[in-house]
Design a protein. Structure first.
Length: 160
């Protein structure tokens, strides 16, 4: 009986070890991207604190950080994965908040459930990408322009 308990504990430790390793290996690329984005945003946009990080994969991949400058001004920084010299910096006060973007979506559509929202880039324009389920439980993506000065109609993509 004692051998069975020892064998079971050993097996449990091995499975736990493999699970922790798989988790660590799977989050490593995201953590590396976040560290790179934080460093680049500090260098190129004078960001002193990072509140949020978004990884956006559209036609191109972007790392987006939201944080504060030394004077307390809240900004968003879009860093292209491939051309990270072409950083875009916008004041959060010049753009829609996440809450306002979702409100704008609800004015046009009737989502059954909002799954998530993140900052992204669509056709060289900063956007909020909102994923949601419609009334038929189909997955949809809505792209709401981030800048308030952009009076374009929200660009919608529906994936069924």
């Amino acid at each position: 009986m004692k051998k069975w308990i020892i064998s079971f504990c050993l097996l449990l430790l091995i499975v736990l070890g493999f699970s922790v390793n798989i988790y660590y290996q799977s989050t490593k690329p995201i953590n590396k991207a976040e560290s790179f984005a934080k460093k680049t945003a500090k260098e190129k946009a004078n960001l002193v604190s990072m509140d949020q990080f978004y990884l956006y994969n559209g036609n191109e991949s972007y790392y987006i950080t939201v944080g504060k400058k030394k004077n307390g001004e809240k900004i968003a920084v879009w860093i292209p994965e491939k051309n990270n010299d072409q950083v875009i910096v916008e004041k959060m006060s010049d753009g829609l908040s996440k809450k306002d973007a979702i409100k704008k979506l609800k004015e046009k559509e009737t989502p059954a459930k909002i799954l998530g929202s993140r900052l992204g880039m669509l056709n060289n324009e900063p956007v909020w990408e909102i994923s949601y389920l419609d009334q038929s439980s189909h997955l949809n993506y809505a792209y709401i322009y981030f800048l308030k000065s952009n009076n374009k109609t929200p660009y919608m993509i529906y994936n069924i």
